[in-house]
Design a protein around this ligand. Structure first.
Ligand code: SF4
Length: 368
């Protein structure tokens, strides 16, 4: 559990995406929760935010350029349930009153939706709710999520509140996925459906890993079947494999990556060896033609982790010197690395500094 001082530091991350973390408790026990794949001892437990902290945090957000606030567990640790916070309704009211032009997003599992919450949220202006339903299959919910809670989820989905997105999970069983869509698609209040696969790291439990393997093996085929099954234009698929991504989130990541790479190319031309995680390699290769790209597998976390923010200098060393990224890169070369693998002190997740990496390897590094 973070101390109050550590937590106040942590709240600084809210400005990155205008997401205010309300607390990491969630009340479910999903086998596939990303918290179960963290490095041992590194799980971040965050306390519930106080009203005073919430108001300070709100003042700190960039609402002029990004007129929305998302209330969630956290954008950084990907777990936590806003409906468990006793002051949630008070918080959205404060946002509405102070910033009437700002959209209020709430990301929830729906498992704790009470009639009182529905009534209160119905009074909120500019509200958009995202619901991580995962599945409406009773057996799968009990097996993979620990708790059924379909009644509460149903209450939320049928409440008339604007539902921005419903997230479903591919457990590797197409019958479940198709049944979920049949049950949920007729709800005209849902703007979009997102189908997720399950990922794992080398710290995942054997159970979580086996489930992820089933999900990943079936995922692309299942998306095709879902596509055949439905002609609903709201159906979206969020793929972590950016090469195949067709979703809103994949699109945003591509845009961000495109911008960063274009700036680096502009400045350094094709002398640069651009390091990228597995996830964006095929996409950038196709898009950037003769740019020198180094594919960096995530050896540190292993599994199916494809996020640039989880790469470490150890991974870069292996790809650049050892050639795991497609051939050794000569010492002294100019190397571009993703900015989001570094903290503000230019350290990676294990505290190794950029300075140390450069001294030890002899590469000249630019951050993209
Ligand atoms: S609901 Fe979300 S945060 Fe809670 S256990 Fe499941 S995946 Fe994790």
């Amino acid at each position: 559990m973070l101390s109050r001082d550590q937590y106040r530091q942590f709240l600084l991350s809210a400005r990155l995406t205008n997401t205010i973390p309300l607390g990491s408790a969630c009340g479910l026990r999903c086998v596939f929760c990303s918290s179960k794949s963290d490095i041992p001892g590194a799980r971040t437990i965050i306390p519930q935010i106080t009203k005073e902290e919430f108001e300070e945090c709100l003042d700190f957000l960039d609402l002029q350029h990004r007129p929305f606030v998302t209330l969630a567990g956290s954008e950084i640790v990907m777990y936590g349930e806003p409906f468990l916070h006793p002051l949630l309704l008070e918080f959205v009211e404060i946002i509405n009153q102070r910033y009437p032009w700002v959209d209020v997003g709430v990301e929830t599992s729906g498992a704790h939706c009470s009639p009182r919450l529905v009534k209160g949220l119905n009074r909120v202006r500019n509200l958009a709710v995202s619901v991580s339903v995962n599945t409406m299959d009773e057996q799968a919910r009990r097996t993979y999520m620990g708790v059924d809670a379909r009644r509460s989820v149903r209450r939320l989905l049928d409440s008339g509140l604007p539902i921005r997105a419903v997230h479903l999970t591919d457990f590797g069983e197409i019958d479940i996925l198709l049944r979920d869509l049949d049950v949920l698609q007729p709800n005209g209040r849902v703007e979009a459906f997102v189908i997720r696969r399950i990922d794992y790291t080398r710290f995942s439990s054997p159970e979580g890993r086996a489930l992820a393997h089933r999900s990943m093996a079936a995922y692309h085929e299942h998306l095709r079947l879902v596509d055949d099954h439905s002609d609903d234009p709201r159906l979206m698929a969020q793929l972590l494999d950016l090469d195949a991504a067709v979703g809103r989130f994949g699109g945003m990541q591509r845009t961000a990556a495109d911008g960063a790479v274009a700036r680096l190319l502009d400045r350094h031309g094709t002398d640069l060896y651009m390091c990228c995680p597995d996830s964006s390699y095929a996409y950038l290769r196709r898009k950037l033609g003769d740019m020198r790209l180094v594919r960096v597998p995530n050896l540190t976390f292993g599994g199916s982790v494809v996020c640039a923010g989880l790469l470490t200098f150890r991974d870069l060393r292996s790809a650049l010197l050892g050639g795991s990224g497609g051939g050794p890169v000569a010492v002294g070369s100019l190397v571009g690395i993703p900015a989001n693998m570094l903290n503000p002190n230019t350290q990676d997740l294990f505290g190794e500094t950029l300075y140390h990496f450069q001294q030890e390897t002899g590469y000249r590094v630019v951050i993209g």
